[in-house]
Design a protein around this ligand. Structure first.
Ligand code: NAI
Ligand code: MG
Length: 503
């Protein structure tokens, strides 16, 4: 035997020995961190994107955007005032009149296809930036958000030259300049839901991203430049509520599309009502996930987890109220608790993370305050015991059980990883409980019986109803609410309709 071979053999022997030893010692193990490594260029300072160029704000003021996972500053952003909004609206009006509304649908479509392809090419970079700025796990921004963003541009590009078929027998024309205001929970996806149909229909836009998460919108501005989109068709202005209010109040804006809290939605509707702007509103929710005894329980447990813990519960259509048929309550809760213990909370850029950082300090405080209030109101409170990172905004998944239907956690939108659980005995009781809310955005039904699913779905007052799944999205499918969850639809043919005038 050569020396080399003997060495190899001894090595193998020691390895086997140590593996045997390790097996008896280390029954538990932790994944090594696997951080997404794509490099993203973030400038120190960003102006607004107006008329195809980045320009410094007239206010001369800037604010910080931070990484919620460690509290560190990422960049300075323009704090825009009404003069900046005015500049953006003027650029959008000019582009609308002189160019965009004059192009044929197929020419507009080409730009949208080009944007969609660039988004696909730069998807890793966009996903990392979305996660850095907003705190959502990389596996969600990479596998859910950014692919859907590209899909919405591809899908709406297809409408651009088919608008003659949008409303059978009628001609349609664009509305003009659209003001779009979006929240921090799906920053780039909400941008796509709004910009893609608006542009396909021949409108130009001024979009204000949420102050917490503007970076991917500013990257999108770079993508518009790269695609050679005519100047002024897309304008991005950054700032907080006052900037949004200036856009709502602007006299030369023809439509406002808003996604965000119900309170601000109502305020915007009141203010825009004084002008003749068209409005679409996508607001909050307190959606019910209904589990019948005949459901595939393991599958339902996965759906419950996806319904409320996906994206830290920062989801307007989150399945935040779980209704379980009484006979299977103990079984579902046992399996649910076991599954919740497996949720990995931590560094958003780690590929193994299931639940990332809460988007802002303010949101973390809101969740903590509501949970404290819930604990005072009684019932059972159970939270996963896990070690949370010491820096940044983190909150462990939890649930409340056996609270009254009038309790805070059962009624208010927490917008965090907090589940409210109650039971029912008959389908009618489940329907009544599910509908007992001011909201009406989504619902989930879990049952092996198709007829029961259809019967229950037809009686639920919710815009989106999932059967034996939850939180699944598609660009071809309309999304929107009933009651205080808003009006108007986004996605599908329905999502293009609010961006046209029917002649
Ligand atoms: P928000 O409704 O204040 O913010 C959404 C967007 O509206 C942001 O771009 C913001 O700058 C803008 N905005 C704020 N005030 C405005 C005004 N007066 N005029 C025009 N635009 C204005 O939501 P916020 O404060 O970030 O979150 C508060 C709560 O709202 C959350 O805790 C959550 O419960 C809920 N929320 C619901 C969302 C949904 O998709 N249903 C999204 C974000 C928040
Ligand atoms: Mg706010």
């Amino acid at each position: 035997m050569t020396k080399k071979k003997t060495q190899k053999k001894t090595k193998e022997k020691t390895k086997a020995k140590s593996q045997k030893k390790n097996k008896s010692k280390t029954l538990k193990f932790n994944y090594a961190p696997a951080l997404e490594s794509t490099k993203v260029e973030i400038l120190e300072k960003y102006g607004n994107f107006i008329g195809g160029e980045f320009v410094a704000p007239k206010t001369g003021k800037y604010f910080d955007t931070v990484n919620p996972a460690d509290g560190k500053k990422l960049a300075s952003l323009a704090l825009s005032g009404s003069a900046d909004v005015d500049l953006a609206v003027k650029a959008a009006r000019k582009a609308f009149k002189s160019e965009w509304s004059q192009l044929t649908g197929s020419e507009r479509g080409k730009f949208l296809f080009r944007i969609a392809r660039i988004i696909q090419e730069r998807s890793r970079e966009l996903a990392v930036l979305e996660t850095l700025d907003g705190g959502k796990p990389i596996k969600e921004s990479r596998d859910v958000d950014i692919p859907l963003v590209a899909q919405h541009f591809f899908y709406n590009a297809g409408w651009a030259d088919k608008l003659d078929y949008l409303v059978p027998g009628k001609k349609v024309k664009p509305i003009g300049v659209c003001g779009q205001i979006i929240p921090w929970n799906f920053p780039m996806l909400m941008l796509a839901w709004k910009i893609a149909p608006a542009l396909a229909a021949g409108n130009t836009v001024v979009l204000k991203p949420a102050e917490q998460t503007s970076l991917t919108a500013l990257k999108f501005a770079e993508i518009c430049q790269e695609a050679g989109l005519p100047k002024g068709v897309v304008n991005i202005i950054t700032g907080a509520g006052e900037t949004g209010a200036a856009l709502v109040d602007h006299k030369d804006v023809n439509k406002i599309a808003f996604t965000g809290s119900t309170d601000i939605g109502k305020l915007i509707a009141r203010n825009a009502g004084k002008t003749n702007k068209k409005l679409t509103m996508e607001l909050g929710g307190k959606s019910a996930n209904i589990v019948f005894a005949d459901a595939a329980i393991d599958q339902a447990v996965e759906g419950i987890v996806a319904g409320i813990f996906f994206n830290q519960g920062h989801v307007c259509c989150a399945g935040s109220r779980l209704l379980i048929e009484e006979s299977v309550k103990d079984l579902v809760i046992k399996k649910l608790k076991a599954r919740m213990k497996q949720i990995r909370v931590g560094a958003p850029l780690d590929k193994n993370t299931d639940l990332g950082a809460i988007n802002s300090k303010e949101q973390l405080k809101k969740i903590r305050d509501l949970v404290k209030q819930g604990q005072k109101e009684g019932g059972e409170f159970w939270q996963v015991e896990t070690v949370l990172p010491t820096r940044g905004n983190f909150f462990a998944p939890c649930l409340f059980m056996d609270q009254s239907g009038s309790s805070t956690i059962a009624r208010e939108e927490v917008f965090g990883p907090v589940l409210s659980v109650s039971t029912f005995r008959t389908p009618d009781e489940a329907i009544a409980k599910a509908n007992d809310t001011n909201y009406g955005l989504a619902a989930g039904i879990w049952s092996e019986k198709g007829s029961k699913v259809h019967m229950v779905a037809s009686k639920l007052k919710a815009g989106i109803i999932w059967a034996n799944t939850y939180n699944k999205f598609d660009a071809t499918s309309p999304f929107g609410g009933f009651k205080e969850s808003g009006y108007g639809r986004e996605g599908g043919r329905h999502g293009v309709l609010p961006y046209v005038e029917v002649e």
